[in-house]
Design a protein around this ligand. Structure first.
Ligand SMILES: *Cc1c(COP(=O)(O)O)cnc(C)c1O
Length: 357
């Protein structure tokens, strides 16, 4: 079998969920499990959080169906709402909570014939300008939806664009727009993503929506997951499948971009960009072998990558290689590759087996 595996620590996932809850005492939490639980496996994530999570949040009806099949009673929130009118009936039959983020979606809801009314979260565009009603339109739709036969609880949600940047002006503005609707009666209010859960208690309100923090990665550029009290959930591990000595002036990998400046020991690792390792990770990006960080050497291939083991001469074929995880924060690899932990975690591909512990 190809020696590459993503080991998922479900106890760490539970720890991180409970950490989010401790950050927002007395509030409820939608565990965000969209995108296959950020690449970790939605079924296993829901099972691990079954007895502790107040609810789950997903990006589509298809994702919601998987969660509902696993958990009959938790609240399951469709973060972007229904993509077509016919989905409302399915959403009602699954007893989902649905976001309503625009005029067309709201109008379709009022025309839907539903067996049961839905919990509706009116989405406010408080400044991110991606989804939602502006404050004025939101008042209009609040009046139309309040008491409509399709609507059970009517709640308010919005999303922060810059909560990961301390003291960003937009965050303050967004909170002000949100607060300007204080006078409207809503059953529940929700604003906080992970960054806000960790740093902005005023945004916690009734329901928090932690995503990335559950998986033990940081939403902040300047603050590590460890410093935030989070435990890494995914450890991505390959193996040294070949070793060779490379003379000064010889190159490694496609494009011959890495050239030995000293007699070098090069290891070939069983992980490439078809597994989700970022192809743009430059030479120098760390991996961990025998507890020691060693640098990538040359371009990442589809199924393999190379590392410079010159400073770790005891390395052997068969040694395991941690691409990220318990010894090497995914955020550190993401930074080296010019991206964020979210992208690396969600892009680990299907061909990588997940092992749960
Ligand atoms: C994905 C998502 C979240 C979770 O965001 P994190 O930064 O991963 O915590 C929360 N709310 C909405 C609307 C989302 O789409």
């Amino acid at each position: 079998m190809r020696p590459l595996v993503a080991t998922i620590d479900l106890a760490a996932l539970r720890h991180n969920y409970e950490h989010a809850k401790r950050c927002a005492p007395g509030r409820q939490a939608f565990a965000v499990v969209k995108a296959n639980a950020y690449g970790h496996g939605v079924r296993e994530a829901v099972t691990a959080l079954y007895s502790v999570a107040d609810g789950f949040a997903v990006a589509s009806l298809e994702e919601a169906a998987v969660v509902r099949a696993m958990h009959g009673s938790a609240r399951v929130l469709l973060l972007e709402g229904c993509f077509e009118a016919s989905e409302y009936q399915l959403a009602a039959s699954m007893r989902l909570d649905v976001a309503v983020q625009g005029e067309a979606q709201a109008a379709a809801l009022l025309e839907a014939e539903l067996a049961e009314p839905l919990n509706v979260w009116l989405k406010l565009d408080s400044g991110m300008h991606r989804l939602g009603f502006d404050a004025r339109a939101l008042r209009v739709w609040h009046a139309r939806l309040q008491g409509a036969p399709q609507v059970a609880e009517l709640s308010l949600m919005s999303h922060l664009a810059c909560a990961d940047e301390r003291g960003h002006r937009l965050t303050e503005q967004q909170q002000e727009v949100f607060a300007s609707l204080q006078d409207l009666p809503f059953a529940q209010r929700s604003l906080a993503n992970s960054a806000a859960v960790l740093s902005l208690p005023a945004t916690h309100l009734d329901w928090i929506r932690p995503g990335i923090m559950l998986y033990g990665a940081t939403p902040f550029a300047e603050l590590s997951a460890e410093a935030l009290g989070l435990r890494p959930v995914m450890t991505f591990t390959g193996q040294l499948i070949a070793l060779r000595e490379v003379a000064v002036g010889e190159s490694v990998g496609y494009g011959a971009t890495w050239v030995a400046e000293r007699p070098s020991l090069i290891g070939t690792v069983s992980c490439g960009y078809a597994d989700g390792y970022p192809r743009h990770a430059p030479s120098g990006t760390p991996v961990v072998v025998r507890g020691q960080r060693v640098p990538l050497a040359g371009r990442v291939s589809m199924d393999m990558l190379a590392v410079d083991l010159t400073d770790l001469p005891q390395a052997q074929i068969g040694d395991s290689v941690e691409l990220w995880g318990a010894q090497l924060p995914v955020d550190e690899v993401a930074r080296a590759a010019g991206t964020i932990g979210y992208e690396l975690l969600t892009k680990v591909t299907q061909r990588v087996p997940r092992r749960y512990c």
